[in-house]
Structures are given as C-alpha cells and as structure tokens.
Write a protein of this length. Structure first.
Lengths: 256, 642
C-alpha cells in the first residue's frame, strides 16, 4: 500500500508548475522567484525545485521519502515519522530544533527557517493530508506532461521497468530509488546520471539507520560492562590492600 | 591577587558580549546571528561547545575512577576541582545547547517523547542524568558551609560510591555516543575521520583529554592564585596519559590501515594536512614528551604537553563535528564572530563560577584568599576623627559590572543586521533587458534569454487593432493610442529602463502592491506627510487614503470606474509575461507564420543564446544564427543600456 512518486526526467519541460502547486497547497511564502538561487533551489519556502542540468534536462528535487529514513531514525524526539502510506511527515509540536535530521539526510533535503525566531524543519511531506483523503499530491496533479506521476510504489516500479524495456536506449537502465539506501518512495527514470542529487554520487543499498544500529545496540552492554569492570577492579584492589594489611599485621605480630 | 582580578575582568567582558549575542539570537533567530545554513546546520556551537565541552568535562569521571575505584589516594587534591570542572562543563554544554537549538523551550521533550534508535536521544539522556549525578557528587562541598544541611550532606556522602560508579558508567556511554552521532554520515565526513569505531576512538581520546584537563586546570588555577604547582601529581597523570595516547594512536592507525585509507593521509589535500596536524598535536608530540620521566616532571613541559592534548582533541571534535564535512557539502562555513562570542562567553561564565567556588568553598584543602574579603573600599571620610582618608578605589563588583555592561552595549552595537532572509536563497542581481531593436529579456535571471524584436512589435501595433480581449490591459491607460509606448510599458516609473518588468512584477507568482508607500513617504521620494494623503482622524488605511488619480491624473483607469488604492496591484511576473505575450500570440499564431509560436512553452523557455552573448555581454563578436532568425549586429548597443 506504500505510495510513491515516479519522475521521468526525459518528459519534464521545466515549467515549474509542480513548484507553484506545492507552494499553493502548503501555503508556503513566496520567495524570490525560482532560479534565483545558487544552490538546488530548495528552501524553507520551496519544498520542491527544478534543478537545471546541461542539454535541457530538468530534474525535480524533493524529499525522497526513504523506506528506512535516516532522518526518522536520528530524531531524538520522534518528530519525523514514516507513515504506512509512504510519506515521511513532520510534527512541529514535538521538534526541539536540533537539526540532526538535516545532518543525517544523505540527499540533503530538510531545510530550516533560519530567518525566524521560532524555526521549524521544512520539507516535502508528499501531501500527506491529500493522500489520506485519496487524492494525489499537488505536484503530480499539476504536471502538464505527466512527467511526475503518483501511485503505489510497486505499480510505479512496474511502469518504470516497462518504459525502460519499451524504449531501449532512451533511458539509463536503472530506476533511481529502487534499491539505494534501502529504497525510496520517490523514484526517477532518467537519461542522465542523477548522482548529483545525493551527497556521494553513489549511495550503497544499505539503509542508513543500520549504520548506527550496532553502536546503539551495544549501549546497554557498554553501560553494564563498564560498571562491571570498575567494580571488579575495585574489588581486586581492595582485597589486595586488605591482604597486604593482614600480612603487615602478621609480620608485626611475628616480629614481636 | 591582581592576576585573578584582571582575569575576572576579561572574563566579564567576554560574558557581556555573549549576553548581547544571546539576546539577539533569541529575538531574531539563528539566521541573523550565525553563519549556519542548510548545508551546514551544525556549526561551532555543536563542534566546539557541545562536542568539545563534553570531552573537556571528562576529567571528572577519569579522576573519580582513579581515586574511588582504583584507590589511588594520592590524587585526592585533584578530585574536587575535577568534579567541579566536569559539573560546570556539563552546565556549559546545556547552556550552549539552549542557544543552539531552534526551539530550546522544547528541550524537555526528550523526557516524554522517546526515540531510542537515535544516538542524540542517548546523548540527551546521558547529559541529563550525568549532570544530576555530578550535582549530587559535588554538592557536599558547598553544603559543608551550612551546618543546617549537615543531614543532607551526610546522606549524600553515604551514597558517594554508587554515585561515582553511576557517573563513570554514564560518562562511558556519553563520551562514546558523541561519536555514534556521526556514524550515520559516512557520506559527509571525510573518510580519514569516519570509521565504524568512532565511538571507541571518542572514548579513548576523552580519557586522555580528561587526564590532561585535570592537569591543565590545576596548573592554571595554581598560577592564578600564585601557588606552588602540584608538579609531582601532574607528572603521574602525564605518565598515565602516555599509555592512553599510545592506545589511541594505535587504534586509529590500525583502523585506517585496515580500511585501506592509508594513502589518504599523505595525499596532500587540506583534509589530510589537517589530519596529520591533529594527530601530531593531540597524540604524537605530547606522548613523546611525556615518555621521558625527566621531561614529564618539568613544569613547562607539563604546560605545553597538556595544552597540546587539549587543543588537539578539541580540534578532533571540531573536525568530526563539521570541519571535515565541508569538503563533501561544498559549503564554505566560517563561524561568525557572534558564534565565537557565545562559545567564549559560556566558557568565561563557567570559569567565573569555578573561581567563585574555589574562593568560597573547600574545593582545595587550603582555600585561597578571597580578594573581596579585603575591602579596598575604605570610607573616604572618617567622621569620628574628621579626617580625609583619600579617594576610595573602585570596588571589583563595580569594575566587573561596568565591564559587563560596556561589552554588552558594544556587542549590541556590533550585531550584524544582515541577511534576514533564508540562507537557502542567494539573490542574483537582475540585469535589465539589453539591446535596442531586439531586446534580450533575461526574465528568469538565469542567462537564458528571450528574444523580443521591439521595432517589429511597435510596427505591428501601429497597423493592427488591439485585440478585443486585451483591451482591459491596453485601454486602462487613458489617452493611449495603439502605438504609444504605454501600451506595453504601462505605468513606467521614471528612470525605468526599457522593459524592466521585474521592478513592478516583483513576485513570480503572487500579485504585488504596485503602490510604493515607502517611496511616497521618504525624503528622497515624494516626501509626503501622513495627512497629505490620509484624512486626519480616520484610521489610516488604503481605503481612507486619497485616490492615486488625484495626484496622478494620467493614471486614470477607464474600466474600473471606482479607483481605490486596491486597483494598483500588479500581476505576478509569470502572469504579466504570459498575458502580454502569449495571449496575443495564441490568437495571432496562424497569421504570424515565421514568428515564434508561443503555443509551445519550449519556444521561450528552452531557448538559449550563444555562449558569447551570455558571458560578459561585450558584443564583440557578430552573433550568428539564432533559432533560424539572423540577429542584428549589436555592436553599438552597450552605451544606451547604461
């Protein structure tokens, strides 16, 4: 039942209707218009953006809604949650503003309200409120080219593989987001390499939360172990001291 | 005691700066007071204040372990100062967290909302619990001063051993979990620092740092109060630290070699140089220095060695906490002076509390003389003997308060009033359209131009009737004929160049207020006073204001009979562009056979000028074909644009 988005880079004409639809749907403030940003265009007021690549390629950037999200696993208060429907949603009431999610995201997606005195983390929530009602996200609805489509993740994967099969040579034989970091809900079909969307151009297939899992599992052992070692050392040293005292006494008494 | 007094004065000065910054940070947010941004969300406050702060507080658990657990009684004089340092260190960490967190009033949420998968959750709980334990460990010392709390003190003293044990266990977790924080960022952290055993490395280096922190703190405080340094005790610490540092070095090197990253150390990049410097300063040089028994007993070597370990390990925390990530994120974060001020300020306040505690409680076996207890404030006039006793010297409290207030005011004055907007966005300056007959409209401000043949459009408007559906726009301007400039350049501001549409259509998608209130009231603009437009006695709103047409008769709108200020809204940029061009071209596309078909979005949005036109706009080279239309030679245009 997990939902997702499939974006076909070859179909996108860069009209940015998805961007404005997103702004409208989430009442985001208007900022300086679209490409006037040096970086990828995502900001606290832009949850999705179009990244221009050479030769008229337009790549839509948004939260990937990983199956096993790094941001969810690191949030100390559980303000970020992976829902059963697929979206990773944010609860601003719980958030304490540590920005660990921003540090942990391999795609560098979450943004922060730096200019506000009461800041929150801002990112795409895959229009969770609309999905719950059975609607599709604002961006996929607005796309005039059907370059970005919404549906069940398994269904989208089937469509993607079908397209690759039917148009040999048109696409790179890879669905971005099928396996990376354990799979993502937002996937891409492309004729150019999309490595620039993440920090390392090649992400492994291991889900990010597993990287800390070993360390976190060994916490109780380290805690009890250190206590045990300390008590043990203490006992040995005390015993030795007692023994040496007794020996001294014995020595003293024998001397007498 | 001049040393102490002057040190305190400096500390108060720094604290004043920090207080000013903190106030600004809470009023205006993080964006104004820091250089943090979306690529570098953790900066100096996490890397130094929190990460290094916790590490610097490691002296508490190391020395209590040595004293209580390993029963090395000779270290007794170092225990109380070490516990006090650790306690203040943790308080400092909590304070800097309060400054750094976006929503610090939600910090208690960690108690009720649990996410045990998060290393930060573990860190948070360790901070909370260990600070409490440290308070319980240290509180017998101040309680000693008050006899009525003797019962509480005795109770705490009874449980001292379990407290110490718990403190050591929590510290083990905490020091290592700071390393676990970064396990999830293999893609950001430079491989020389990233390793799966980061928690273990953090723990070992924290032990070394803790030992050296105790030594350094003892050296500094004894120097401040002009006492004989505890050279022999410190020498013992130095000998222990050699083994710890050797272990740290071996673990680090073996890990790097086994992961096949050895070549990275000497590849000459700034990261590799930083790594070499860090390892040399934190580990190799001090370990070699202290390995010689004669040197480890030398006071000067103790100063240098302990400082090097502290500096090196703190550098390690800063590297892992952000510095070594800058390569991957491509950001150029450098802390703003405000961030440094907060970091130093929190340390200064902690140091002031430390000095206070040393002077007022039995932290040392022999309490140092309190400079305040010898009042320099003699009465200037003795009434009994009627003699003048001379001008009294300013009391220390006055001096310190003055220092604090002055630096607070200075800090407020120096606060940067910059970038209130989100850091995710960098405005690119808009260039006006260039060319005379052919305009190159850089509407998207991304060097992708739309070519607009000016003369051809004027000709067309002269010979054609304005289409009916456009009349609402074109006929809004009274007296406009078909060929008047105002048809397209409607309501142009004075001095506006050609088609700087963006000056009015400032937003891409939203309607904007065309009426510039600031310009009308400013001295350099219309210089009008409130009552020039608004009627006195009524609420000053756009409804109660004078109509624009009463001053600007040329702006008479014929369609909207009732003209209010509300009418002066301009379309969004996209709407303006699309309405003005696209709507005509949609109708006329059949007739305009050779002209661009604006029905296709790609006609405008995907076209690109040749490279030499985009860069520099020097107009030196003849522009060849462009979209099958031969461009004019635009050699002589540049002067008219300026």
């Amino acid at each position: 039942m997990s939902k997702g988005i499939l974006t076909d880079i070859t179909k996108c004409i860069g009209c940015l209707k998805c961007v404005s639809a997103c702004k409208e749907a989430h009442n985001l403030e208007m900022d300086v218009p679209r490409i006037w940003q040096k970086n990828d265009g995502l900001s606290a007021d832009n949850w999705t953006s179009i990244v221009r690549r050479p030769e008229d390629h337009y790549v839509r950037k948004q939260c990937r809604h990983c199956i096993e999200p790094a941001c969810v696993s690191v949030c100390p208060v559980g303000a970020l949650n992976k829902t059963k429907l697929g979206p990773v949603i944010y609860d601003s009431d719980k958030c304490l503003g540590c920005r660990y999610c921003m540090m942990a995201c391999p795609y560098g997606i979450p943004r922060y309200d730096w200019s506000k005195a009461v800041p929150h983390v801002e990112k795409c929530i895959l229009c969770y409120d609309r999905i719950v009602k059975g609607q599709q996200p604002a961006c996929t609805e607005a796309c005039p080219q059907h370059a970005t489509i919404f549906g069940d993740r398994s269904e989208l994967l089937r469509i993607a593989h079908k397209r690759i099969k039917e148009n040999p040579g048109k696409y790179i034989n890879k669905v971005w987001g099928e396996h990376e970091v354990g799979g993502t809900s937002v996937m891409y079909l492309s004729d150019i390499d999309l490595g620039f969307l993440s920090y390392p151009t090649k992400l492994g297939n291991q889900p990010m939360p597993e990287k800390t899992a070993t360390a976190m599992e060994s916490v109780p052992f380290a805690f009890v172990g250190m206590g045990g070692v300390m008590l043990g050392l203490n006992w040995i040293i005390r015993r030795r001291m007692e023994l040496s005292k007794e020996q001294k006494k014995e020595k003293d008494s024998s001397d007498e | 005691m001049n040393r102490v007094r002057n040190t305190k004065l400096i500390l108060w000065l720094i604290a004043g700066f920090a207080a000013a910054v903190a106030l600004n940070r809470f009023v205006f947010g993080l964006g104004v007071t820091t250089n943090l941004n979306d690529k570098t969300p953790w900066g100096l406050w996490i890397g130094f204040d929190v990460m290094a702060g916790v590490a610097l507080a490691a002296g508490g658990f190391v020395i209590t372990a040595i004293f209580y657990m390993l029963k090395r009684e000779e270290f007794h004089p170092l225990v109380k100062p070490a516990v006090l340092t650790a306690f203040l260190g943790y308080l400092a960490v909590i304070f800097s967290l309060l400054v750094d967190l976006g929503l610090p009033w939600n910090i208690w949420h960690m108690i009720i909302y649990w996410n045990p998968h998060s290393p930060l959750f573990e860190v948070g709980w360790c901070v909370m619990l260990y600070t409490t334990v440290l308070l319980l460990e240290f509180s017998p010392t101040p309680l000693e001063e008050f006899s009525r709390y003797a019962k509480i003190r005795n109770f705490l003293m009874k449980f001292r051993f379990p407290f110490v044990l718990l403190g050591i266990m929590l510290s083990t977790l905490h020091q290592s979990s700071l390393g676990s924080l970064f396990l999830i960022m293999p893609f950001k952290l430079y491989p020389l620092w990233y390793t799966g055993i980061l928690p273990i490395e953090f723990f070992i280096s924290a032990v070394a740092l803790g030992l050296m922190m105790v030594a350094f703190e003892s050296l500094v405080s004894h120097w401040l109060y002009k006492r004989k340094p505890e050279t022999n005790l410190i020498a013992k610490l130095c000998r222990v630290v050699v083994w710890v540092l050797a272990t740290y070095f071996l673990v680090k090197i073996i890990d790097i070699i086994s992961a096949g990253k050895f070549e990275l150390i000497f590849n000459g990049s700034w990261q590799s140089n930083l790594f070499i410097a860090e390892v040399l300063i934190s580990t190799v040089i001090p370990a070699v220095l202290f390995a010689f028994p004669r040197l480890s007993r030398n006071n000067k070597v103790q100063w240098t060695g302990s400082f090097m370990v502290i500096f090196g390990v703190v550098l390690n925390r800063i590297d892992v906490g952000g510095l070594a990530m800058l390569g991957a994120t491509g950001d150029s974060y450098t802390p703003l002076w405000t961030e440094i001020a907060i970091s130093l300020g929190i340390i200064s306040i902690a140091a002031l509390v430390f000095l206070f505690a040393i002077e007022h409680f039995h932290v040392w076996d022999l309490r140092p003389e309190d400079p305040e207890s010898n009042p320099h404030n003699l009465p200037s006039f003795d009434y009994t003997s009627h003699t003048w006793l001379g001008t009294p010297s300013t009391s220390n409290i006055t001096k310190h308060t003055l220092a604090f207030v002055i630096s607070f005011a200075l800090g407020m004055a120096l606060m940067p009033g910059k970038h209130l907007h989100s850091k995710g966005i960098d405005n690119i300056k808009v260039k006006p359209a260039t060319g005379i007959d052919t305009l190159y409209i850089n509407g998207n401000r991304d060097n992708q131009f739309v070519k607009f043949t000016h003369q051809a459009h004027i000709e067309w408007l002269r010979t054609h009737k304005v289409p009916q559906f456009r009349s609402d726009v074109f006929q809004n301007i009274s007296g406009a004929t078909n060929d008047s400039c105002g048809i397209c350049h409607h309501l142009n501001l004075p001095g506006e160049k050609l088609s700087n549409c963006w000056e009015c259509h400032t937003s891409m998608y939203a309607q904007v207020d065309f009426f510039n209130h600031d310009w009308h009231t400013s001295n350099t603009g219309a210089n009008l006073k409130c009552n020039d437009c608004h009627q006195p006695g009524i609420n000053r709103t756009d409804q109660s204001a004078k109509k624009c047409t009463s001053c600007h008769p040329a702006y008479k709108f014929t369609v909207n009979k009732k003209v209010s200020a509300k009418t002066y809204y301009t379309l969004s940029y996209t709407n303006a562009m699309h309405n003005l061009c696209v709507s005509c071209h949609l109708i006329e596309s059949k007739k305009l056979k050779n002209k661009p078909h604006l029905v296709e979005c790609s006609t405008c949005h995907k076209t690109q000028l040749p490279e030499n036109l985009i860069t520099g706009l020097k107009w030196k080279i003849k522009v060849p074909h462009y979209n099958n239309v031969i461009l004019p030679d635009v050699k002589n245009v540049s002067s008219t644009n300026k």
